[in-house]
Design a binder for this molecule. Structure first.
Ligand code: P6P
Length: 336
């Protein structure tokens, strides 16, 4: 059997044949997830062309976050909006790149939230970037769309995932019954199932954080990282390795693939902001994947998926990954 013939289930076949908690995946949700996957397949091709089609560099515009948009940020956002327009159960969508949500059908079962291209500061230096998406169940499918429809905790997600555009283009997906991974066959444009039942090891020797912010961290984070750096001669009795790709999708993909801890905690550079990363379309979908893979995801005080949002673009402190390590971090935060 050749390697390629070992993998012969595409996303459409997976979604139509898989049972989630004993039941079929609703047709409207299958349609939506397929539309997202197809769009990300197209986006993978655009990302790979980069300078060849003039797609590197700034778009010369800013987004609601006050960040300079890269050309590919805008293209990714437009592609995703276009890609899901035909989804009959999609009431509306919200994006990191747009201040307000966008109605699609106006009514319907689902709400889609996404960061169309996360890590875009890495685009021009050819480092992995990605798309993050979250699907919420609309509380009243028949009511016309309102911004407040999106303000649900991460526990209301019915699906979440990311696509990392790296050496392989790989999608991680959860529908609340475990995590699976697909890799894009660039010859056919189809995502093919490569991994079932993804699990994060409970212990790890690898942590990910931007060390240049060390002097700005709160004490619990400082203590945790100092102990990791002390290695076998310190509290932890083991040496640690450090990684920081500055692309959440790539760092979280590594955690899902081989364990580890990813941290972007609150720091005193902008003390009025709870963190850098966004709750609704970065932290929540990643937390859903991490919890479904046996890991933990916290903001230091509570599990991120328990947080009830007050604003669509609110930010959050994020510490996620291997259970034993994140629980240690959580303990350091809640210890007197
Ligand atoms: P820093 C990318 O801009 C992002 O939102 C995440 O993908 C990434 O983890 C983080 O910011 C990197 O931030 O401050 O290290 O550049």
């Amino acid at each position: 059997m050749t390697a390629s013939s070992a993998f012969n289930t595409n996303v459409k076949q997976y979604l139509s044949s898989t049972k989630v908690k004993g039941g079929d995946i609703p047709a409207g949700l299958q349609e939506l997830l397929l539309a997202v996957a197809d769009t990300c397949s197209t986006l993978s091709h655009e990302v790979a062309q980069g300078a060849l089609i003039g797609l590197l560099g700034s778009a010369g515009t800013g987004n609601v976050q006050g960040e300079v948009q890269q050309k590919l940020d805008v293209i990714a956002n437009d592609l995703l909006i276009d890609g899901v327009q035909g989804c009959k159960s999609l009431a509306g969508l919200a994006s990191e790149e747009m201040e307000l949500p966008l109605p699609v059908q106006g009514t319907g079962d689902y709400l889609l939230l996404f960061d169309p291209l996360d890590g875009s500061s890495n685009i021009d230096v050819n480092v992995s970037i990605g798309t993050i998406f979250s699907v919420l169940k609309k509380q009243d499918p028949k009511a016309p769309l309102q911004t407040t429809d999106f303000l649900l905790s991460g526990r209301h997600q019915v699906a979440a995932g990311y696509v990392v555009y790296g050496p392989q283009t790989t999608m991680a997906l959860t529908l609340g019954d475990g995590v699976v991974m697909f890799t894009l066959n660039k010859l056919t444009g189809e995502f093919v199932l490569i991994k079932h039942a993804v699990e994060i090891s409970h212990s790890t020797k690898e942590f990910a954080i931007n060390m240049s912010n060390m002097r700005h961290w709160a004490e619990p984070v400082r203590r945790y990282v100092d102990e990791c750096l002390a290695g076998v001669s310190g509290e932890r009795d083991k040496d640690f390795n450090m990684r920081w790709i500055a692309s959440m999708v790539a760092d979280v993909h590594r955690v899902l693939s081989r364990g580890g801890v990813f941290m972007y905690p609150w720091d005193q550079r902008e003390p009025h902001k709870p963190g850098k990363l966004r709750l609704m379309y970065e932290a929540n979908p990643m937390s859903f994947l991490v919890e479904q893979a046996g890991g933990v995801s916290t903001n230091g005080d509570q599990l991120i998926m328990d947080m009830v949002p007050t604003e669509l673009h609110e930010r959050v402190s994020v510490m996620l990954g291997s259970k034993e390590e994140v629980e240690r971090l959580q303990h350091y935060h809640t210890q007197p």
